[in-house]
Ligand binder design. Structure first.
Ligand code: FAD
Ligand code: SIN
Length: 549
C-alpha cells in the first residue's frame, strides 16, 4: 500500500517525537507519520536514568559545560556544535517542561545531579527514570495532535531515493509490518531518521532490543556518509546479573558518592586522580576492565551503602527496587557491576540541523554524528543533543518543504517475499546474530588490537556476504532485517576502528597506545560506494550537507 505524508519520522524516542510534535505544531495542515518498529515507547530514551546535562545553576556556566564536553571528547568534538548545543540547552529543557515533562524538584528548585566528567552538578532529572518521563510526555503531546499518525509494529526497511537536479533526494521509506505481514511505501518530502543506537551489535549492552543500528545502515545503503563509528561508549556500571535482562546502575549513583572497589575490597579508582570515580566514562570503563583482567574477576563492586538508606531509596527508587527484586539491597551491600556497550558516538554524518548528504533525509539523536561528542560522549549530553537537534531540524525541514517543489516519486522495486517462515532459516539467522555479537564483544570491545580487528573484519565480511546472499530470497521478518543492519554496522565499526592507528577517547588499541594529534585529530568518515558530494544550489537556501559542522 502507498501512503503519502509531508513528514515521515522513523523512530519514537526523544529525537523523533520532539521533531514530530514540533513540525505538527508549526504546520497544522501538514500530515505527519511516526513509524516505529515495536511499541511506541520502545526506545533507548525510555531507559535513560541520569538525566539531561544543562546549565541551570547560578554557580554553573556555559563555558564550564563546553569545557567539560571538549575534555571528554578528547580533541575530536566540533567546538561550534558543542557551543551551540550547550547554549541552547536551557531553552530546550524549558520546551520539554512546557510540553509536560516533570523533572524532580527539591525545595521548589530543580534538583541537579552530578555525573562523570562534569565539573559541577548540572544534570536535570526525573528521579532515576528520566527517560520514561520524557517519553510519556512526548507521546502524550504527539497523540493529542490531530495531524500526527503513529504506526507501531512497523519497521523501516530501506529509504526511497531519487535523482533530483544532479543530486540524491529522499522520498520516503519502505516498511514492513510483521504482525500484519504487510509491506507499505511511505512517501514524503521529508524523512527524519531518529532510529537511535546500535548497542545490540554487542553481546553485553545496556540498550533494549530495538537498538540495531537500522538508521545508520539504511542511510549508508541510500548513499549517505557515516562517521566515527569506532567510538562505541561502554557504560562502566551495568548490574552483573548473568542470563538476566541488562540493567544500568546510573552514573548519578557515583555522582552521589558511590565508590568502586574490587573483589578484594580495594578502592582502585584512587589510581586515577583527580576525578577518580567521576572521571569521564572511557577512563572508568578501562579502569574496571583492567581491574577485572588483573584479578581474573567477572565484575567489580559499586558501593553506595555508606549513604543513608532513606536518601538512596528516594534518589534512586527504580535502581533500589530493581536490585531488590534481584535479591540485592543496595542500601546494605555493594552492587556487582561490569561495563557494557551503551552509546554510539558516531553515526550518519549530519550538521546541527540534522541535514545529511541526501536532500530531504534528516537524522537526529543517537543515529547522527554531528561532532558534539567527539571521541567520547560526556554523560547526559545525549538527550541534550537529541532534543536541541530535533528542535533545529524541525525549523529547517519546515522551511525546506516551503521553499521547494517535489515531483511525485514513482513506486520502486519492492521486497521479494513470501509469507511463510521456514524453521531452517530461523536457525541460520539466530546463529549469525549471536556470532556477530560475540565477535564484536571479543574483538571490538574496550581494548582492541590490530590482530583482533583484522580477524573481526574477515569474519564480519563473511557473515555480511552470507546475509546479503540470503536476505532477499528469505521470507521477511524483523530478525532478518535487523541482522542485515547489524552486520553492516559491525562492518562499518571495524572499518572505522581499523583506520584509526592511535588511541583516543573510547578507541584504545594496544598497538598504538598513544594519541597522535598530527595524523588523527580528525573524524573517520566512510563514504558509500559511488558517493557523490552534493553541490549546493546557489539559488536555494545554503544547504551544505554534512559539512557545515
Ligand atoms: P531512541 O530513543 O533509541 O529511539 C529510537 C526509535 O527508533 C525507537 O522508537 C525504535 O523502535 C525506533 N526504530 C529503530 N529502528 C527502526 C526501524 N528500522 N524502523 C522503525 N523504527 C525504528 N543519555 C542521556 O543523555 N542521559 C541519560 O541519563 C541516559 N541514560 C541512558 C540509560 C540507558 C539504559 C540507555 C540505553 C541509554 C541512556 N542514555 C542516556 C542515552 C540516551 O538514552 C539515548 O542516546 C537517546 O535516548 C537516544 O534517543 P533517540 O531518540 O535518538 O533514539
Ligand atoms: C546514566 O544514568 O549513567 C546514563 C547517563 C548517560 O548515558 O548519559
Amino acid at each position: 500500500m502507498e501512503r503519502r505524508y509531508d513528514f515521515i519520522i522513523i523512530g519514537s524516542g526523544i529525537a523523533g517525537l520532539f521533531f514530530a510534535q514540533k513540525v505538527a505544531d508549526l504546520t497544522p495542515k501538514a500530515r505527519v507519520a511516526v513509524i516505529t518498529k515495536k511499541s511506541e515507547s520502545d526506545s533507548n530514551t525510555n531507559y535513560a536514568q541520569g538525566g539531561i546535562a544543562t546549565v541551570m545553576s547560578p554557580t554553573d556556566s556555559f563555558d564550564a559545560h563546553i569545557a567539560d564536553t571538549l575534555t571528554a571528547g578528547a580533541g575530536l568534538c566540533h567546538t561550534k556544535v558543542v557551543e551551540t548545543v550547550v547554549r541552547s540547552g536551557p531553552e530546550a529543557v524549558r520546551k520539554l517542561i512546557d510540553i509536560g515533562v516533570k523533572f524532580t524538584k527539591v525545595k521548589g528548585s530543580y534538583d541537579l545531579g552530578r555525573e562523570g566528567g562534569h565539573s559541577t552538578n548540572r544534570v536535570i532529572h526525573a528521579a532515576d527514570l528520566t527517560g520514561r518521563e520524557i517519553e510519556r510526555a512526548l507521546l502524550t503531546a504527539c497523540r493529542r495532535k490531530k495531524n500526527v499518525d503513529i504506526f507501531r509494529d512497523t519497521i523501516g526497511l530501506d529509504l526511497i531515493t531519487y535523482e533530483h537536479q544532479g543530486h540524491r533526494r529522499c522520498g520516503g521509506v519502505y516498511t514492513f509490518s510483521q504482525h500484519k505481514r504487510e509491506f507499505n511505501s511511505f512517501y514524503a518530502p521529508v524523512t527524519m531518521l531518529a532510529t537511535g543506537g546500535l548497542g545490540q551489535a554487542y553481546f553485553n549492552t545496556t540498550n533494549p532490543a530495538i537498538a540495531t543500528g537500522d538508521g545508520v545502515a539504511m542511510a549508508f545503503r541510500a548513499g549517505a556518509r557515516v562517521a566515527n563509528l569506532e567510538f562505541v561508549q561502554f557504560h562502566p556500571t551495568t548490574l552483573y546479573s548473568p542470563g538476566r535482562k541488562p540493567f544500568l546502575i546510573s552514573e548519578a549513583v557515583r555522582g552521589e558518592g558511590a565508590i568502586l572497589i574490587n573483589t578484594a575490597g580495594k578502592k582502585f579508582m584512587r589510581k586515577y586522580p583527580p576525578l577518580k570515580e567521576l572521571a569521564p566514562r572511557d577512563i572508568v570503563a578501562r579502569a574496571i576492565d583492567s581491574e577485572m583482567k588483573e584479578n581474573g574477576d567477572e565484575f567489580v563492586y559499586l558501593d553506595i551503602s555508606h549513604r543513608p538508606a532513606a536518601f538512596v531509596k528516594k534518589r534512586f527508587p527504580n535502581i533500589y527496587k530493581e536490585c531488590l527484586r534481584r535479591g540485592l539491597d543496595i542500601t546494605k551491600e555493594p552492587i556487582p557491576v561490569v561495563p557494557s556497550a551503551h552509546y554510539a558516538c558516531g553515526g550518519v554524518l549530519a550538521d546541527i540541523y540534522g541535514r545529511t548528504d541526501i536532500e530531504g533525509m534528516y537524522v537526529c539523536g543517537e543515529a547522527a554524528c554531528t561532532g558534539m561528542h567527539g571521541a567520547n560522549r560526556l554523560a547526559s549530553n545525549s538527550l541534550l543533543e537529541a532534543v536541541v537537534m530535533a528542535d533545529f531540524a524541525a525549523d529547517d525541514a519546515v522551511a525546506f518543504i516551503a521553499e521547494n517543489r517535489f515531483p511525485e516519486v514513482p513506486p520502486a522495486e519492492q521486497w521479494l517475499h513470501s509469507s511463510i517462515v521456514r524453521q531452517k532459516e530461523k536457525v541460520y539467522i539466530s546463529h549469525d546474530r549471536l556470532s556477530l555479537k560475540r565477535l564484536m564483544s571479543d574483538f571490538l570491545g574496550i581494548v582492541r588490537s590490530e590482530e583482533r580487528l583484522r580477524l573481526a573484519q574477515e569474519r564480519i565480511r563473511m557473515i555480511l556476504r552470507a546475509i546479503n546472499n540470503y536476505y532477499l530470497s528469505q521470507p521477511a521478518s524483523y530478525n532478518i532485517v535487523e541482522l542485515r543492519n547489524l552486520a553492516l554496522v559491525s562492518d562499518l565499526i571495524v572499518r572505522c576502528a581499523s583506520r584509526r592507528k592511535e588511541s583516543r577517547g573510547l578507541h584504545f588499541i594496544i598497538d598504538y597506545p598513544e594519541t597522535d594529534d598530527l595524523h588523527y585529530r580528525r573524524d573517520t568518515v566512510i563514504a558509500p560506494p559511488g558517493f557523490r558530494r552534493f553541490i549546493p544550489n546557489r539559488k536555494g537556501r545554503a544547504r551544505n550537507y554534512g559539512c557545515c559542522r
